[in-house]
Design a protein around this ligand. Structure first.
Ligand code: PNW
Length: 437
């Protein structure tokens, strides 16, 4: 539960920023407007059995049409920053070639609207909506996709690079490779380990190529990547080897190439014949120096042979354990194992089955406790010497939760999808009180 001593800005380092985050496909809707091309998520959502409630992001929160009022909504929360993503198929409808002016204009309006309201824009280039035309030739398993991504990064940087506070290349490459090409839960829904590791390599290569391109164009830009990370805890000493592998496949497989220029040897051996084909020089490109690391943290992994659960654990509506200490442990460990740039928590949050009451309010005390606990974990890490510069709550508002459709609500703001009405949940008011304290 939430502690009696209330968190305020004064508890955090000077200049620490509080923000909220979203992604394009999860909120925008308007998938056929402004010259937008098809993405792999449009295709995936049409395939039977992929999305729990058989929905898609076709309308979502209709943010594309509600832009001005959503900007006012963000402003009303009193936050310093807003993290959003650009839909590649709005910028290059088939993934290559000429920029689509209407797409660039939409994001320029978004960025200008934020700036006019005194909110820092933090842009993510790739939050999973690959142009379908590129998937038709193999998607991220095709090495060429990495070069196309760098070209897309160039187009966005030329137009918006001077107007945004930061640019992240990829959101959660683990999700867009392993979860998408091996586990098959996300688009394109493959079940192929070799393909997944090839996709992961090309995603990281694309990240490195995009970094090089953006640095060349805009040497003063603040550039980084967003990884989803979570510590793995062995239930017993006998579970330690398995926990090392869980940590290696989830965390180190991405951290080591980016921050050390090498794949972790134990996991390379673990993957055996599935290890990706690389070309000389790839790891040099991938290890491009970064200005920040974005960390998305939701839960830990608890590694137990019989699949036992930790005793006394609490879970969110995703079935993810609420474990704030994992965030502190993760940050402290990152700082000790790697030489890192400043860290931003780019996502952290929880789904709960919220209901809009007769009183037109949403009493989400569990979400308040989740944010409170995790912000205290960030503080603990910060006091232990980790350079954490900001925190983005996931998410600004309820939205399309990928394979779970609209069945999971992560928002600070409740969305009534029938009317597109937005209602501040108690957690939004709590976060607002912190941000304006
Ligand atoms: C992240 N997993 O997704 C994404 O960045 C968001 O778009 C998403 O809404 C949010 O977290 C909540 O799910 C993840 O299976 C999806 O480990 C799945 C996993 C992790 C992150």
């Amino acid at each position: 539960a939430q502690r009696a001593d209330i968190l305020t800005r004064a508890d955090f380092p000077a200049h620490f920023i509080f923000g909220v985050a979203t992604s394009a496909y999860q909120i925008e809707g308007a998938v056929h407007e402004g010259g937008r091309g098809e993405s792999i998520w449009d295709t995936f959502c049409r395939e039977p059995g992929r999305i729990k409630d058989h929905t898609s992001g076709e309308v979502a929160c209709d943010h594309y049409h509600c832009l001005e009022s959503d900007l006012d909504l963000i402003k009303s929360l009193g936050v310093d920053a807003y993290r959003f993503s650009v839909a590649w198929p709005r910028i290059q409808p088939s993934g290559t070639g000429e920029a689509n002016e209407a797409g660039l204009a939409f994001y320029e309006r978004l960025v200008d609207g934020l700036t006019q309201r005194g909110i820092e824009p933090h842009l993510t280039l790739y939050h999973w909506d690959l142009p379908q035309a590129l998937q038709d030739v193999g998607g991220w398993t095709n090495r060429q996709t990495a070069f196309h991504f760098a070209e897309y990064a160039r187009i966005v940087t030329e137009r918006l690079g001077n107007k945004v506070r930061s640019i992240a290349t990829l959101n959660e490459p683990w999700c867009s490779s392993i979860l998408s090409y091996q586990i098959g839960e996300h688009a394109p829904g493959w079940h192929n380990t070799g393909a997944a590791l090839s996709a992961a390599h090309h995603l990281m290569l694309g990240h490195g190529l995009a970094m090089r391109e953006m640095r060349r164009l805009n040497p003063s830009a603040t550039l980084g990547i967003v990884l989803n990370l979570g510590p793995a805890y062995p239930a017993t000493p006998a579970d330690e080897p398995a926990a090392r592998i869980a940590d290696g496949t989830f965390n180190r497989w991405f951290l080591d190439p980016i921050f050390r220029g090498e794949y972790p040897q134990d996991i390379w051996a673990h993957y055996g014949a599935y290890a990706p084909e690389t070309e000389p020089g790839d790891l040099e490109i991938i290890r491009a120096p970064l200005d920040f690391l974005g960390v998305n943290y939701y839960t830990r992994s608890y590694v137990a042979k019989g699949g036992d659960k930790p005793s006394g654990a609490e879970y969110t509506d995703m079935g993810w354990e609420v474990y704030p200490d994992g965030l502190r442990d993760l940050l402290v460990r990152l700082e000790s194992d790697y030489t890192l740039p400043p860290i931003y928590i780019t996502e952290n949050g929880a789904a709960y089955p919220d209901v809009l009451g007769q009183d037109e309010a949403v009493h989400d005390a569990e979400r308040v406790a989740y944010f409170d606990g995790h912000l205290r974990a960030v503080l603990a890490a910060s006091r232990a010497g980790v350079d954490v510069r900001g925190y983005f709550a996931w998410s600004l508002m309820d939205n399309f939760e990928w394979a779970f459709g609209y069945t999971k609500r992560f928002g600070l703001v409740y969305v009534d999808y029938a009317t597109q009405q937005r209602v501040l949940k108690d957690s939004a008011k709590w976060y607002q009180a912190l941000a304006t304290s």
